[in-house]
Ligand binder design. Structure first.
Ligand code: B4P
Length: 193
């Protein structure tokens, strides 16, 4: 199984590249951002709680996202592999993911991090905000808070996988196709497929 984590700050292009990776490798896409937005749309209790946090650029509690991932792994137990997009976002989530995968005799194959500077992130998210309708893409202050959450709580997750020898960083600025080429080269070089 190829179990890939796509990592990076908000707006780094995780969602964008995930779509292309899925099309190429036939993996199941697990985006906690998308899963949470579906809960909001469905008006569930979980969605209502998550909405206030997400609209303010704050991470949702670990237990909530870990539970969602657990359900999805069960649902797709015969999948050829997974792409984790926007998860894990804290070290606690990373530890929980390792535990969950161990239950299926599986593990993370590789973490690919998209490296993008803060000015570019801000420009991309404000631009997406013009059409996405996402409250968290609407203003500089909110986007800065999301970047701050990333720096405080999510960045250390890279070290967790670095210590396991599973971390690779890629320049996330430039043509989408070129970035995708770098990702596919990383996957083939590592002998994962
Ligand atoms: P997410 O939905 O995960 O989204 P994201 O960080 O905003 O974006 P992504 O990196 O996927 O960017 P995209 O490709 O779309 O998170 C939203 C919120 O959900 C979080 O703030 C948090 O509250 C909550 N949440 C989610 N997961 C959680 C977890 N595990 N734990 C706790 N809370 C959680 O790209 C952005 C824009 O850039 C697009 O407009 C795209 O077109 C453009 N773009 C992409 N690549 C480009 C390139 N190479 N050049 C120019 N533009 C590019």
């Amino acid at each position: 199984m190829l179990n890939l984590i796509l990592f990076g700050p908000p707006g780094a292009g995780k969602g964008t590249q995930s779509e292309k990776i899925i099309a190429r490798y036939n993996l199941i896409h697990l985006s906690t951002g998308d899963l949470l937005r579906s809960e909001i749309q469905a008006g569930t209790e979980l969605g209502l709680k998550a909405k206030t946090l997400m609209d303010n650029g704050i991470l949702v509690p670990d237990e909530v996202v870990i539970g969602m991932i657990d359900n999805k792994l069960k649902e797709h137990s015969k999948a050829p592999g997974f792409i984790f997009d926007g998860f894990p976002r804290t070290v606690k989530q990373a530890e929980a993911l390792d535990e969950l995968l161990t239950r299926y005799n599986e593990s993370i194959s590789v973490m690919i991090a998209l490296v993008v500077d803060d000015n570019e992130l801000l420009a991309r998210l404000l631009n997406r905000g013009k059409t996405s309708g996402r409250p968290d893409d609407q203003n500089v202050e909110l986007i800065s808070r999301r970047i701050q959450e990333y720096n405080n709580k999510t960045k250390p997750v890279a070290d967790y996988y670095l210590e396991q020898g599973k971390f690779t960083a890629i320049d996330g600025i430039g043509e989408i196709e070129h970035i995708f080429d770098q990702i596919t080269q990383t996957i083939s070089k590592s002998g994962l497929l």
